[in-house]
Design a binder for this molecule. Structure first.
Ligand code: CTP
Length: 401
């Protein structure tokens, strides 16, 4: 029997040419014995008729907060659902979701829903790449929403690129795996470090790096969804995250990250060190802004504590330690040396030579190196959310069973 049987799905459709795919999705969900309540934004009705969707879903479609029969209760509808699926989501609706506007039934129900939310964007490639859309996606991902990756291909504009809405079958598979997902990390305490560190030079300048924290945040979200209690020690990044199972400890410097990670480590079952920690910091921090003088400036740097290596020494039997290695050459040898040197159980390698991998991308291609038997496993280029699932699956498979 389908994992979707008896599930209450609220399907929100916004005004995109991809709205026709929502009809196929409705049919698929009904075929899998889900209950489907359709919501449409006013502009969605220009692309597909409510009559089509009400016929397929066997329920009246809600198109506005004030409908022909009076007030449609978005709070009740939001609480009714086991999942809210928004497909397609235009750039305009994405922006409303990110900023918390509630001027139509779809966005009002999003704000009232307590269930997991799945977002399938559909837009032209330049809109998808625009910094405003990137920011909205990051914000909504940080708030724990599940994104369905856009596809690559010909778009309604005739341009070719990223921006096609995920196919109805992909959305169905994602929902099935979500409802079938085991809560396989319940009772586990997980520590994750993420993001860069900033090492102050003076009150206005610092030494930092290009890490966005996306990979570590994706790991924290997926561990939390699988039932773990997560302590996320997060360096300076504009990304945010909120989930009832995630405690976020914000830090700036490597030493702050070191202290926050060591504290309570004895109670941790699994630590994943995804942060890009600065190896060195300026020996002295100037109390006033350093003024320009002469042709050159010398800064004396001193070494920062190594969090991974320290936890590797503190580690007791049963505690699992996972590190990351981002390399530019001789990747596997360097990663394996780090695994040994820091007493890790597993190291996740990504190479800056791989297009689509590394800092600030939404995707990553990884190779996992295990301590045991020099084992390695290669993975495809995937979204960071999917990579996070692969990493946790590996940990569970090899160490936590
Ligand atoms: N790491 C850490 N604390 C540090 C430096 C690194 O916890 N001060 C962790 C990283 O989070 C990562 C792993 O160690 O999981 C490897 O980080 P990397 O910077 O590649 O290692 P380094 O030992 O600094 O090696 P390199 O000489 O390549 O900089």
């Amino acid at each position: 029997m389908s994992q979707l049987a008896g599930k209450k799905i609220l399907l929100g459709i916004s005004g995109s040419i991809a709205a026709y795919k929502a009809a196929f999705l409705t049919r698929l969900l009904i075929k899998h014995n889900a209950e489907v309540q359709v919501l449409m934004t006013p502009s969605a009705m220009s692309f597909i008729s409510p009559l089509t969707l009400s016929t397929l879903s066997k329920r009246p479609v809600y198109t506005d907060v004030i409908g022909a029969e009076g007030w449609n209760n978005h709070v009740e509808i939001g609480l009714w659902a086991d999942a809210l699926v928004l497909a397609p989501v235009t750039a305009n609706t994405l922006s409303k979701l990110a900023s918390g506007q509630s001027d139509n039934m779809l966005v009002a129900s999003y704000l009232s829903a307590r269930c997991p939310v799945f977002i399938a964007p559909a837009m032209d490639l330049d809109m998808w790449k625009h910094p405003a859309t990137r920011r909205n996606v990051a914000l909504l991902e940080g708030a724990g929403n599940h994104f369905l990756e856009v596809g690559y291909g010909e778009l309604a504009s005739g341009l070719i690129g990223e921006g096609r809405m995920a196919e109805p079958e992909e959305i169905l598979t994602r929902l099935e795996s979500f409802f079938g997902q085991q809560q396989d990390l319940v009772g586990k305490k997980v520590l994750i470090t993420a993001g860069p560190t900033f090492e102050p030079i003076d009150p206005v300048r610092f030494i930092g790096n290009r890490s966005s924290g996306k990979m570590g945040i994706a790991l924290a979200i997926s561990a939390a969804r699988r039932g773990a209690m997560v302590r996320l020690v997060l360096g300076p990044t504009s990304l945010t995250v909120s989930h009832p199972n995630i405690e976020v400890v914000r830090v700036q410097t490597a030493r702050e990250m070191f202290n926050a990670s060591c504290e309570g480590f004895e109670n941790i079952d699994l630590a994943i060190l995804a942060a890009a920690v600065a190896d060195y910091r300026p020996k002295d921090q100037a109390s006033e802004k350093i003024k320009k003088s002469g042709n050159a400036l010398q800064l004396e740097l001193v070494q920062n504590p190594d969090i991974a290596a320290t936890l590797g020494k503190m580690k007791k039997a049963g505690q699992i330690l996972v590190g990351f290695a981002l390399e530019t050459q001789n990747e596997e040898a360097h990663a394996r040396a780090k695994l040994e040197r820091k007493n890790l159980d597993m190291i996740v390698l990504n190479s800056l030579r791989d297009p689509g991998a590394g800092f600030n991308h939404d995707t990553n291609r990884i190779r996992i190196l295990h301590r045991e038997n020099n084992k390695t496993a290669d993975f495809e280029l995937k979204s960071k959310a999917a990579v996070a699932e692969d990493i946790l699956d590996s940990v569970l498979h090899y160490y936590l069973t």
